[in-house]
Design a protein around this ligand. Structure first.
Ligand SMILES: CC(C)(COP(=O)(O)OP(=O)(O)OC[C@H]1O[C@@H](n2cnc3c(N)ncnc32)[C@H](O)[C@@H]1O)[C@@H](O)C(=O)NCCC(=O)NCCS
Ligand SMILES: Nc1ncnc2c1ncn2[C@@H]1O[C@H](COP(=O)(O)OP(=O)(O)OP(=O)(O)O)[C@@H](O)[C@H]1O
Length: 226
């Protein structure tokens, strides 16, 4: 099974690209969705986050107040590190479970849409790594519009991640999403041809290593956290 890494910056257009690939019949594992499930009330992730941040982070119904937690972690690197340490093991396991379900079904290509692919060092498990890039001005404008947020809030979120230009440098393949949706669709069609095309022996070896390494990482996490 081939694991394709899809990443970028916040609001750079990962979901837009994912949706297009999905409409072309390619399965997508969405790390933001996995992260939401990992934070559901009374789950392992919820317990770890409540233990780290206290019950003040909860709404009256016991669910995590996402807006409140976001306001905290996107403005404080130490707290962000705390959340990452609490939740990322659960997200990694959730991602493993999604990959496992595809593996059982015999799926040949899976797109892993992971905003923090480089930050979580999961780029080593995917090949190629595709970065969806936009220029900073466009990114800020799209983020404030989509989230109905202030420019300060948007900048705090953008600056919580590795610089997008640095991710671009580390990419195997870049989709420039600064233009129109039609331009991006054309880029994505080219990408689809590459990722569904024939693989070299090196790529085959790497994709097998990727799946094996995901299993190993998950097992290591579980053993360490018991
Ligand atoms: C802090 C939370 C509750 C805020 O929720 P909210 O609904 O406002 O944002 P949402 O989950 O839709 O995330 C939007 C984007 O923020 C960025 N982001 C999320 N978490 C982080 C983080 N820890 N560091 C940097 N960027 C992040 C991602 O680009 C993501 O796509 C939420 O983002 C969260 O639980 N984050 C921790 C989990 C995580 O690391 N998610 C990234 C998936 S790999
Ligand atoms: N080429 C484009 N032209 C105009 N608007 C776009 C384009 N691509 C994406 N957008 C818009 O920009 C916003 C951000 O895009 P999208 O949600 O796909 O980003 P993302 O990288 O998945 O964000 P996140 O990191 O928050 O999950 C959305 O409102 C989307 O509709």
């Amino acid at each position: 099974m081939r694991l394709i890494g899809l990443t970028g910056g916040i609001a750079s257009g990962k979901s837009t690209v994912s949706r297009h690939l999905e409409s072309e019949g390619l399965p997508v594992v969405d790390a933001d969705k996995v992260a939401r499930v990992a934070l559901d009330k009374n789950t392992w992730g919820w317990k770890r986050v409540v233990a780290a941040f206290g019950e003040g982070i909860l709404r009256q119904d016991g669910e995590v107040d996402r807006a409140k937690l976001g306001e905290i972690i996107f403005n404080d690197p130490a707290k962000r590190g705390m959340l990452n340490r609490a939740l990322q093991p659960c997200i990694s396991l959730g991602l493993l479970y999604e990959v496992f379900k595809h593996w059982i079904r015999g799926t040949s290509v899976v797109i892993m849409d992971i905003p923090l692919l480089f930050e979580m060092k999961m780029n080593y498990l995917t090949n190629p790594v595709v970065v969806v890039w936009v220029d900073r001005t466009t990114q800020e404008a799209r983020l404030t519009k989509r989230d109905n947020s202030t420019i300060e809030q948007a900048r705090a979120r953008i600056d919580s991640q590795l610089p997008l230009d640095m991710k671009r440098e580390m990419a195997d393949y870049v989709i420039d999403n600064s233009g129109t949706l039609e331009d991006t669709k054309m880029h994505v069609d080219k990408l689809k041809a590459i990722i569904t095309g024939p693989q070299t022996w090196k790529e085959i070896a790497l994709s097998r290593f990727g799946v094996a390494a995901i299993v190993a990482v998950a097992v290591a996490f579980v053993l360490r956290l018991r």
